[in-house]
Design a protein around this ligand. Sequence first.
Ligand code: NDP
Length: 328
Amino acid sequence: MTIRALLTTEVGQTKSSEIVDLDPGVLGEGDVTVRVEWSTVNWKDGSALHRPGVVMRSTPLVGGIDLAGVVERSDDSRFSPGDRVLVNGWALSMTHHGGYATLARVPGDWLVPVPDAFTTRQAMSIGTAGYTAMLAVLALEHGGVSPDSGDVLVTGAVGGVGSIAVALLSALGHRVVASTGRRSQSEYLRALGAAEIIDRAELSDAGEPMVEPRWAAAVDTVGSTTLSNVLAATAYGGVVAACGLAQGRDLPTTLGPFLMRGVTLAGIDSVNAPQAIRLRAWQRLATDLDAARLESTVTEIGLAEVPGVAAAILQGGVVGRTVVDVGR
Ligand code: NDP
């Protein structure tokens, strides 16, 4: 028996990906074998497949930082054949073969049961992006932000993390301000629950370290000068969850927002988050995310289309979430 996989190879400064038949023996360490049904394309997948020297630390490697499917074989007493499971992050697509294959072998410690509320496809339409959005919401709640606190800003709102953050926050009763470079997607954002849409150009250039407060909290997927401007306009005692670096990994700010307004900057990491936090985030996704709103963010593709979508996501060209039918 062979498995079908999208294998990425890095030679010098060039990465290329092709669909191949692999011997399951190459899958690597792990006590649970999962028949993968669905994967996704996140920003990090774009980097893994197309940016030399980034994400993948071994070559050739099967990409895909997310997977969901059914346990086929388990030497871990917590899991049995037939269980529906998912993996977000850990070493997938870094040093370990990832979700772009019909079979995966992983340590049981990486597995999260797919909540009853979701199909494996829905779990991957959430994927790392949606789980990260939930981690950000939990960070705002931990900082005391409630719907009464005031507006919550989401940057990179049409992207994967942004779309699900908008849907989650509005479902929880917050008034959501969505920042986007794609005003053509205003209807999409309003359908997800955005109450107000602003142009990302308002936030992208270097600005004053502190300005008139505009929001009580924010989920930022963009970083760089955008995050500086988000902090500058956060109200007294507000919380900003820093999730991403779509604009850049720098943060040119001052201590003003922290020392004069008591603003909290909460860092969000999905890759190595402890299991208890993952389980909490997935429980909350199961109760707080409206399935119909989630489906409105989804585009479905087959394995052969992954490299193209992975390139497009790095250009800011993908709307919402992409699910990958790995058997197609
Ligand atoms: P997407 O490409 O789906 O979303 C990114 C969005 O950012 C785009 O849709 C666009 O939104 C906006 N954007 C892109 N380029 C720029 C730019 N130059 N300036 C301002 N805005 C820009 O990616 P994901 O949602 O998957 O990931 C978003 C970010 O979050 C990435 O940086 C990713 O690495 C990070 N991330 C971090 C995780 C963690 O564990 N901390 C986990 C998952 C993701 P619009 O068109 O609306 O302007």
